[in-house]
Design a protein around this ligand. Structure first.
Ligand code: AHG
Ligand code: MN
Ligand code: MN
Ligand code: MN
Length: 346
């Protein structure tokens, strides 16, 4: 039987990363970038958990490029994430939900990774202490330009946009940190999905699950049904079908946390589907391709699940702008294929 590990001989994220480097799965620079991201997540976890004490709930009083009222913690998490990546010295360009345009990192002196991130996901939950998260994806530099050349921007910004506008299929690594009853760091470097739990006793992420497999099906659906009236008729038919007891005699259960990271993590472990469809108001849905849909779809596929925009694989979508939105259906293979079937029916 597997040796029961006490919490002091469990594998820490640091040890696990060094092992991947030793085995040549990742290089030294990637090891350092991932370690700096985990440090940013630990700092954000402590800021989130003490938000009401340190007067960090509520709004910043500014709106971001998405047109959203930024929370104070949106702004601070963005600074924490950006600084940790800068000081890693191995990051070339960063793109964030909270930055209008991608930013070149002058401090990089070896390795030149491109990091896209959502520093605080589900930030509408923060004032009620409901789960939030951070999401990230890592690319190699790229010079293949797919963006319209009518974009009137300076040379450096143009280069940065070219570097971040890569299809999710180019992702080298992706992950998220969920700030919930436990602080959970989930990571894939292309060899399956690994789960680490923060042990507050000594401030390290310890390996608690390896090679996670999403159940092939699951009777949990996670959509904001407040938008039902605005949905396409085919989607309404799909949604209605989940409520019929069917042969099993039991309909699906609805679970919606309002944080992609929380809803995705439950979907990955329990099975089912999370969706943020397009609707009459938002033609491309709400979630952003670069730092929400693509990283989560990469993780889903690495766990044997699927990530679709309703018609195609999210990882095949070629981004044309940094903050572009796409509809997202992600989770158990059978559940994602079921909604795709409804959406493509005559
Ligand atoms: P963010 O807080 O980074 O802007 O993302 C919020 C997203 C996602 O986390 C969540 O699933 C979704 O918005 C919730 O949107 P609704 O409130 O419209 O359901
Ligand atoms: Mn936001
Ligand atoms: Mn988000
Ligand atoms: Mn966010």
């Amino acid at each position: 039987p597997a040796r029961k590990r006490s919490s002091y001989d469990m594998i820490t994220l640091t040890t696990w990363l060094l092992k991947q480097e030793q085995e040549g799965v990742i290089d030294n620079e990637m090891t350092i970038v991932l370690s700096s991201i985990s440090t940013a997540c630990k700092q954000i976890a402590s800021l989130v958990q003490r938000a009401p004490i340190s007067n960090l709930t509520g709004v910043q009083g500014a709106t971001n490029v998405q047109g959203e009222d930024q929370k104070k913690l949106d702004v601070i998490s963005n600074e924490v994430f950006s600084n940790c990546l800068r000081w890693s010295g191995r990051t070339g360009v960063i793109a964030s939900e909270e930055e209008d345009v991608p930013v070149a990192v002058e401090e990089s002196y070896s390795g030149n990774y491109i990091v896209v991130f959502d520093p605080l996901d589900g930030s509408s939950n923060i004032d009620a202490a409901v789960s939030t998260g951070s999401i990230f994806g890592i690319y190699s530099p790229s010079d293949e330009c797919h963006i319209g050349d009518d974009v009137q921007l300076d040379e450096v910004t143009q280069m940065c946009i070219v570097n971040v506008c890569q299809p999710g299929s180019n992702l080298l690594a992706a992950g998220y940190c969920m700030y919930s009853s436990s602080v959970i760091f989930v990571l894939t470097i292309g060899t399956g999905v690994y789960v680490f739990t923060l042990d507050p006793m000594y401030g390290e992420f310890v390996l608690t699950q390896e090679k996670v497999q999403i159940p092939k099906s699951g009777k949990i659906y996670s959509f904001n049904e407040g938008n039902y009236a605005l949905w396409d008729d085919k989607l309404k038919k799909y949604m209605d079908s989940l409520k019929e007891p069917g042969t099993s005699g039991k309909p699906y259960s609805a679970r919606y946390i309002g944080s992609l990271v929380g809803d995705f993590h439950r979907t990955m472990l329990y099975g089912g589907i999370y969706g943020y469809p397009s609707d009459q108001k938002s033609k491309n849905g709400k979630l952003r391709l670069l730092y929400e849909c693509a990283p989560m779809s990469f993780i889903a596929e690495q766990a044997g699940g699927k990530g679709s925009d309703g018609h195609q694989r999210v990882l095949d979508i070629m981004p044309t702008e940094v903050h572009q939105r796409v509809p997202l259906y992600v989770g158990s293979v059978e559940e994602v294929e079921k909604v795709e079937k409804f959406l493509s029916s005559e």
